[in-house]
Design a binder for this molecule. Structure first.
Ligand code: Q46
Ligand code: ZN
Length: 330
């Protein structure tokens, strides 16, 4: 198969676009496609400071690379979860992020869960009997938002791709989860202490981000996080891949159709966001879930002995602007 633009040998055929491209023509197409998505959803401009949540995987590193190639001011933010696994998962992930930071000459902020919360994810899971992904998701959302405020970024960008978004939509529709449906959108504007969040890869597939990483020689972690079982999500992705195979463009049509009628899904009695009485971050309860988790972990580890009010005075565990900056590198 030949590249449609220059007639060289194609390295990828994208049936949904009826487009075959060679390695030289692929990146310009991919960047242009990403730029059009950013503009369509008014995600950010070249005046904005963007914080890219990087995990060391192909999607987030490709996003960071692409935003810089497009001339945006984008720094990386890596949360070291302290997960060892078979191949020192967190350590390897961090290295891949550091390599790209050096290569593109951008700043990489690193925050360690063990320093912020008092224990790494596996230990938090043991201490709290909470599912690893539930604790991890809560901590990541909290630290990302808090850090973006402290370091004065305008917007947080994540590497979720079309396959991720469509699988989540499929799951939300199957369960008629109105609250989640109301919030599923590639741009969530800043509100009540929550930074603006965007997903510039919402229209590119996992295959396309992989090819972008390969063509641009971006080294990424191929292993999944050892906690990522995701059997249900994987089965949804398999079903959607079949549908896409028989009718290319199905995923995009499904997602775009939903965006058009999304206003029908209103979050049932969306609770008001108020500042957490301990850390000031937005929450719907008096003390936010992160502060409650922090207290629980520190109490179990014997770091906290008396009243819950003392949590705010524990220097090592409580993330402040200074401690977050102190744990920053590159
Ligand atoms: S990193 Fe964290 Fe994921 Fe690992 S523990 Fe679960 S949520 S699977 S994106
Ligand atoms: Zn709090």
């Amino acid at each position: 198969m030949k590249c449609r633009k220059c007639r060289e040998k194609a390295i990828i055929y994208m049936p949904e676009h009826r487009l075959a491209l060679c390695s030289a023509c692929y990146s310009p197409w991919f960047l242009d496609y990403t730029e059009r998505t950013i503009r369509k959803f008014r995600m950010f401009s070249r005046r904005d400071r963007i914080l890219v949540a990087v995990s060391g995987g192909k999607d987030s590193l490709s996003l960071w690379h692409a935003l810089n190639a497009l001339g945006y001011e984008a720094d990386g933010f890596y949360i070291d979860l302290g997960i060892a696994g078979q191949d020192e998962y967190s350590e390897q992930s961090k290295q891949r992020c550091q390599e790209l930071a050096e290569r593109i000459g951008r700043r990489l902020h690193i925050v360690r869960v063990a320093e912020q919360v008092g224990a790494p994810i596996p230990e938090i899971t043991d201490l709290t009997a909470r599912q690893a992904c539930s604790a991890c998701g809560l901590i990541k959302r909290y630290l990302m938002n808090r850090y973006a405020w402290e370091a004065d970024y305008d917007v947080i960008a994540t590497g979720h791709n079309l396959d991720d978004e469509v699988a989540v939509l499929f799951s939300n529709v199957l369960n008629w989860n109105r609250g989640y449906l109301a919030r599923q959108y590639p741009v969530l504007d800043e509100r009540a202490g929550l930074k603006k969040k965007v997903k510039p890869f919402v229209y590119v597939t996992e295959k396309q981000t992989t090819v972008y990483a390969l063509v641009n020689r971006i080294a990424y972690v191929r292993d999944e996080c050892p906690y990522a079982l995701g059997a249900t999500t994987l089965s949804y992705k398999a079903i959607l891949a079949q549908l896409e195979h028989h009718a290319p463009g199905t995923k995009r049509r499904f997602l775009d159709g939903f965006y058009q009628i999304r206003a029908l899904f209103v979050e049932p009695e969306a609770p008001a966001l108020i500042p957490c009485s301990r850390c000031g971050q937005p929450t719907t309860t008096e003390v936010c879930a992160y502060c409650r988790l922090l207290e629980h972990v520190q109490r179990r580890r014997g770091l906290l002995s008396t009243s819950a009010r003392e949590v705010g005075t524990i220097g090592d565990g409580e993330p402040t602007a200074d401690s977050a900056r102190a744990s920053t590198s590159v």
